[in-house]
Write a protein that binds this ligand. Structure first.
Ligand code: AMP
Ligand code: ZN
Length: 109
């Protein structure tokens, strides 16, 4: 998938996208067209098309996406004011990049 998939390329450090966080499992970077004062994308390094394609073995990845999103919310100072965590699933759900990602949106005031 690597060559055709933008988020695989970002996760592999093959673009100039600045990563805000990286570990063995995932990367975090700013959404290029933010829908909120804080809008980050939490993206697994493993290519998974969407929530529909998650396997039993991917449970730990999903749990990690959520806990890192929580940590990033705290780091951005929006944990107490509140935030949204969002997966868009397939075209009808608003997904345009078909590599799983969790949106972190907050700082609405
Ligand atoms: P979705 O609609 O859930 O597939 O979300 C894809 C998101 O990726 C959109 O909010 C886009 O603004 C964002 N996006 C697309 N290309 C880039 C990029 N190169 N760097 C950061 N965010 C991007
Ligand atoms: Zn991918």
């Amino acid at each position: 998938m690597t060559d055709e998939c933008l988020f695989c390329r970002i996760a592999e450090g093959r673009t100039d996208t600045k990563l805000m966080f990286e570990d063995d499992t995932l990367v975090v970077f700013k959404d290029i067209h933010p829908h909120a004062p804080v809008h980050l994308l939490v993206v697994p390094k493993k290519h998974i098309r969407s929530v529909n394609d998650l396997g039993q073995e991917d449970g730990p990845i999903v749990a990690h996406l959520i806990s890192v999103a929580r940590d990033m919310a705290r780091q951005q100072g929006i944990d107490r004011s509140g935030y949204k965590l969002l997966f868009n699933v397939e075209s009808g759900g608003g997904q345009v990049i078909f590599h799983l990602h969790l949106h972190l949106l907050g700082g609405f005031g």
